[in-house]
Design a protein around this ligand. Structure first.
Ligand code: SAM
Length: 252
């Protein structure tokens, strides 16, 4: 028995057809290695193991779930890692490109995305279940209330799309929110035409004060001295596409 633990975001999927549809998304990548984050009781893991020519690893923080997975012979060490995904050194785990997948714990979903971005050189595909609002933020386009840091940073390096929506009734216990599975396929050319560290900083700094114009929110960069003042600085961050942000970084 695994008792669902709220603090670990444990909402176990009960609908096998959703697990199957999610697992099948990995055929969008040629990578052999797959890392499942939070296998829980293994509903998705069992589907992944059926997929040919892929090697499945899983990381689970909950000891009780790890015991369950091993006892029921769903996945075992060394493929099953008992630990915290957020602390895992992925460079030590994989030498080549890999996929991340999961019905993610919603309390750390943004942190999972930031870690994917940190390891973008290695992670060429992601398929994951998110709270619907977070999924919408990730795929959102400019001039939209939901367009923000996650949208720009993910879409700079990945083609992101919502694959399908999932109702609370597909989980036990049911979450209070709707969910959606999204996929992120890394772009063929995922190197930006600008300083990438500065790109991250400018995107984050500008959206931290999203109602202000870029001239004001990015005041730490001393932009007022630029003469004549470029029009782009009179805009708000939600008006800028990824390419506009790249242009802005080069300007700065
Ligand atoms: N994959 C299972 C399913 O679909 O039924 C479980 C999904 S449940 C929403 C999220 C899982 O992530 C839980 O098993 C939880 O223990 C695990 N988890 C939470 N935080 C984690 C972390 N930091 N690292 C690894 N696993 C974590």
């Amino acid at each position: 028995m695994v008792k669902p633990k709220k603090y670990l975001g444990q909402h176990f999927l009960t609908d096998n057809s959703i697990a199957k549809k999610t697992a099948n998304l990995v055929i969008n990548s040629h990578s052999k290695n797959i890392l499942e984050i939070g296998p829980g009781k293994g509903i998705l893991t069992k589907q992944l193991i059926n997929i040919k020519e892929k090697e499945i690893y899983a990381i689970e923080i909950d000891n009780e779930s790890v015991e369950f997975l091993e006892y029921n012979e769903i996945i075992k060490k060394p493929y099953l890692i008992n630990g915290d995904f957020l602390k895992l050194n992925l460079n030590k785990t994989f030498n080549e490109n890999f996929i991340i997948i999961g019905n993610f714990p919603y309390n750390i979903s943004s942190q999972i995305i930031f870690k994917m971005l940190e390891y973008r050189d290695k992670i060429d595909f992601m398929a994951g279940m998110f709270q619907k609002e977070v999924a919408q933020r990730i795929v959102s386009k400019p001039n939209n209330k939901t367009y923000g840091i996650l949208s720009v940073l993910v879409q700079a390096f990945y083609d992101a799309k919502i694959e399908f929506k999932v109702n609370p009734g597909s989980f036990f216990p049911p979450p209070k929110v709707d969910s959606a599975v999204i996929s992120c396929k890394r772009k063929v050319n995922f190197k930006l035409n600008c300083d990438e560290i500065l790109f991250f900083d400018i995107v984050k700094t500008s959206f931290n004060q999203r109602r202000k114009t870029l001239l004001n929110s990015l005041s730490k960069y001393n932009l007022k001295k630029i003469d004549p003042l470029p029009d782009i600085l009179k805009l708000r961050p939600e008006n800028l596409t990824v390419d506009d942000f790249v242009e802005l970084v080069n300007l700065i």
